[in-house]
Design a protein around this ligand. Structure first.
Ligand code: G3P
Ligand code: MG
Length: 241
């Protein structure tokens, strides 16, 4: 029998808390999740901040691109009210704040840092992320992923062992070749890839599969049977029962 797939809280426990906030991350720790997935963009002053979209419009009261705002400006934004009034006052965390929290005693969560650099070029982002991970001694607990293959190759050039996950959508034919070429350790994919012939070949070739974003817990058994390593979900409690 296959081992239960690990459960990662996607953007934190984003089904019940505003995504990518400390409230959503704290809830993941309390729920007993195995890990957290989060998204990183880079501010005008070079600070790495945790937010999914390139713009702040959807998840805050503000408007505009992260790349055009300083951390000071970003910290003024309310990242909770859009989700529920009770979450008013949540802020966009910077990556360092999160890593400091993750490095605290009692916190053993795995951390999947997704670099959101597929639409906007953030020069030097990879080095900044890795330096912060090393500063907090978290290199054994972190997986860096991105849809941007070139960026993952830069991660590998800068650090030879930190884990990387090649993010794909759908079932691209060249997935295995690309993952090998950029020195990725794993493939982060959708359910349809994980259950495909290509997905099976990827696992056989030694690439663990981490699947996003599965919220229907009845899918757990077939994904576990297929041998996926991680299920990313907005509702970790459904898969941890
Ligand atoms: O990292 C997995 C998943 O989060 C990728 O898609 O758009 O939710 O960041 P997205
Ligand atoms: Mg993501």
């Amino acid at each position: 029998m296959n081992k239960r797939a690990k459960v990662f809280a996607h953007r934190g426990v984003s089904g019940h808390f505003p995504e990518n906030t400390m409230a959503a991350f704290q809830a993941a720790l309390e729920a007993g999740a195995d890990g957290i997935e989060l998204d990183v963009q880079m501010a005008k002053d070079g600070t790495l901040v945790i937010i999914h979209d390139e713009k702040v419009d959807r998840t805050t009261g503000g408007t505009g691109y992260i790349k055009d705002m300083t951390l000071e400006e970003i910290l003024q934004l309310d990242a909770g009210s859009w989700f529920a009034e009770v979450n008013a006052g949540e802020t966009i965390p910077d990556l360092e704040k999160f890593l400091k929290w993750a490095a605290m005693e009692g916190n053993e969560l795995l951390i999947n840092i997704e670099l959101k650099n597929d639409l906007i070029v953030y020069p030097g982002m990879e080095k900044k992320v890795i330096d912060l991970i090393l500063k907090y001694g978290l290199e054994q607990r972190v997986i860096i992923s991105s849809f941007n293959a070139e960026s993952l190759r830069r991660v590998r050039d800068y650090h030879s062992t930190i884990q990387t996950g090649y993010l794909i959508e759908g079932i691209p034919e060249n997935t295995l070749d690309m993952a090998k070429k950029i020195g990725a350790d794993s493939i982060h994919c959708e359910e349809r890839f994980a259950l495909s012939e290509l997905g099976r070949r990827a696992m056989e070739a030694g690439f663990p599969l981490r699947v996003y974003t599965v919220n229907d817990e009845t899918r757990s058994e077939s994904l576990t049977n297929a041998g996926v390593e991680v299920i990313m979900t907005d509702f970790p409690e459904r898969f941890l029962k």
